[in-house]
Design a protein around this ligand. Structure first.
Ligand SMILES: [Zn+2]
Length: 182
């Protein structure tokens, strides 16, 4: 079934009626708008996602069509406190109820706290995943502790450098200590 389904043209009604479930992963690169938020030129992270359709039949009332969405990824943003890169985990877990049309959505929107979307035979679930991940971005990205992050980045930098690329600071010290007037 998975191979026959286009995530960007999902028949929501059929998906929900069948209680279908789909999951997978895409490279962060596949989501241009989300990727744009990342400070790295090459982000190699993966977006994991899961969609589940559900039809609920209330005792008195019309059938309800639901879509459950889970998605997560990692992203690197600029810390607004120390202005160096910071890693963030994005996590989305939401459910949406689908209604017949825009009018119903508008009419019902004030009545309840459910997230309403309009039924579509070619619903772009890929876009929904991306929208929700973008909405889950921190408004003001910050390291939990900027000082520690700075020390970690220094440690990583030191581990990467070899003694040929950079003079060993202790060797330089030794040279400074050598008496020059004897
Ligand atoms: Zn910071």
């Amino acid at each position: 079934m998975k191979n026959n389904i286009n995530l960007n043209q999902l028949d929501i009604l059929a998906f929900a009626k069948n209680g279908s479930e789909l999951s997978g992963e895409y490279a962060l690169d596949a989501f241009a708008r989300l990727k744009e938020e990342d400070v790295r030129e090459r982000a190699t992270d993966t977006v994991h996602w899961r969609l589940r359709g559900e039809q609920i039949k209330p005792e008195d009332g019309e059938n309800q069509i639901w879509l459950h969405l889970n998605a997560n990824t990692k992203i690197m943003l600029t810390c607004q406190r120390c202005l160096t890169p910071a890693n963030f985990d994005l996590e989305v877990s939401r459910k949406f109820r689908f209604v017949a049309n825009e009018q119903v959505a508008l009419a019902q929107d004030d009545e309840n706290e459910e997230d309403l979307l309009v039924l579509d035979r070619k619903f772009n679930a890929l876009e929904l995943i991306e929208d929700e991940l973008i909405m889950s971005l921190p408004i003001v990205p910050r390291h939990p502790s900027c000082h520690n992050a700075y020390l970690e980045s220094l440690a990583a930098e030191n581990a990467e450098s070899t003694e040929f690329e950079r003079p060993n600071p202790f060797a330089v010290l030794e040279q400074l200590k050598k008496p020059t007037n004897h």
